[in-house]
Design a binder for this molecule. Structure first.
Ligand code: RB5
Length: 146
């Protein structure tokens, strides 16, 4: 059974998000497209809230968020204690975000990451397991920082 994944972006990640939605659907994933649904300007914190709701309510196992650089929406998503959002730029980052950080949300920049690289990142992110062990201790500490 393929995993379930929600995708959401602001206008800066709109086109890449749409490409990823189509690709992941074609690959058989259970895809939830949370928007944005037009190229009109929207605020990335509002988009991060949509993803947080989907993760919190167990609508999906994983999320992929996009804005222009991926930076703003990463900052926003990581305000939620149940989200570990990782801004990645290549397959190596995507792999380590799962193996070491148990990231449940991958973040991409629509203006910084090419389509094929994004597909590669998504494929790796959705098919790599957390390694646990010493990494579990570190991830657990994230919940007790403040
Ligand atoms: C929107 O213009 C842009 O600021 C946003 O997509 C993102 O890159 C912010 O970090």
């Amino acid at each position: 059974m393929k995993k379930s994944v929600a995708l959401a972006s602001d206008h800066g990640g709109f086109e890449l998000k749409n490409s990823l939605v189509e690709k992941l659907k074609k690959d058989g994933y259970n895809v939830l497209d949370l928007g944005t649904h037009t190229s009109e300007s929207v605020d990335y914190p509002d988009i991060a809230v949509l993803m947080a709701d989907a993760i919190k309510n167990n609508k999906v196992e994983y999320g992929i968020l996009l804005c222009g650089t991926g930076i703003g929406i990463s900052i926003a998503a990581n305000r939620f204690p149940f989200i570990r959002a990782a801004l990645v730029h290549d397959g190596f980052g995507a792999r380590l975000s799962r193996q070491h950080n148990n990231a449940n949300v991958m973040v991409l920049g629509g203006r910084t990451t090419g389509t094929e690289i994004a597909y590669d990142c998504a494929d790796i992110f959705l098919n790599t397991d957390f390694l646990g062990g010493r990494h579990a201790r570190r991830v657990e500490k994230l919940s007790h920082l403040c």
